[in-house]
Design a protein around this ligand. Structure first.
Ligand code: PNS
Length: 162
C-alpha cells in the first residue's frame, strides 16, 4: 500500500491545491493531507479551521485523510508511513524553493521521495496569499476556492454575497 503525504499551510485551501490533490489521490492508495501548524507564519485561519476547511473540500475522496502536523515534515512522513511527499508546481518560480526543500528532505530521510505534480494551467496564478489579499480588498475569488472557503473568507472580511 502506497501512502503519500501532501503537506502545506492551506491558509486556506484553494482550487489549485484541490487540482493537485485530485491527481495525487489517483497515484497513491492513501493520501494524507498534512496541514502545518505554522505558528510563526501568522496564518489568517487557525489550525483547527484550516483542517476543517480542507477536510470539507476533500470529503468526496475515500482514500484521503486530513490531519495537522508540527515539526519536521520528514518525521510526519515517517509517522504516517508515507514513502512519497507530493508538492505542486505552478510556475518555474516555484521550482527553486521546492528543489531546495526536496533536497533537504532527501538529506534528512533518503528513502522518502518528493514527487512534483503540475497543477492545471488554469490554476497557475492561484495562491492562498494572493486570494487572501483579493478577498480582503473585496474582490471576487469564487472561481479560485471551494464555495465553503469563499463563504468563510466573506465572513472573515465581512462581505455579503453579491
Ligand atoms: O504551503 P506551504 O506553506 O508552501 O508549505 C510549506 C511546507 C509545509 C511544505 C514546509 O514549510 C514544511 O515542510 N514545513 C515543515 C518543517 C520542515 O520540515 N522544514 C524543513 C523542510 S526543508
Amino acid at each position: 500500500m502506497l501512502t503519500a503525504i501532501y503537506p502545506g499551510s492551506f491558509d486556506p485551501i484553494t482550487n489549485g491545491h484541490l487540482d493537485v490533490i485530485g491527481r495525487a489521490s489517483r497515484l497513491a492508495d492513501r493520501l494524507v493531507v498534512g496541514v502545518l501548524l505554522n505558528a510563526n507564519k501568522n496564518p489568517l485561519f487557525p489550525i483547527e479551521e484550516r483542517v476543517e476547511l480542507t477536510r470539507e473540500a476533500v470529503r468526496q475522496y475515500p482514500n484521503i485523510e486530513v490531519t495537522h502536523f508540527d515539526g519536521l515534515l520528514v518525521e510526519f512522513a515517517e509517522r504516517e508511513q508515507a514513502r512519497i511527499i507530493v508538492r505542486g508546481i505552478r510556475a518555474i518560480s516555484d521550482y527553486e524553493f521546492e528543489l531546495q526543500m526536496a533536497l533537504m528532505n532527501r538529506r534528512l530521510k533518503p528513502d522518502l521521495e518528493t514527487v512534483f505534480l503540475m497543477a492545471s494551467e488554469h490554476h497557475s496564478f492561484v495562491s492562498s496569499r494572493i486570494i487572501k489579499e483579493v478577498a480582503r480588498l473585496g474582490g471576487d475569488v469564487r472561481d479560485m476556492v471551494p464555495a465553503h472557503v469563499d463563504a468563510r473568507l466573506r465572513a472573515r472580511f465581512q462581505r455579503s454575497e453579491s
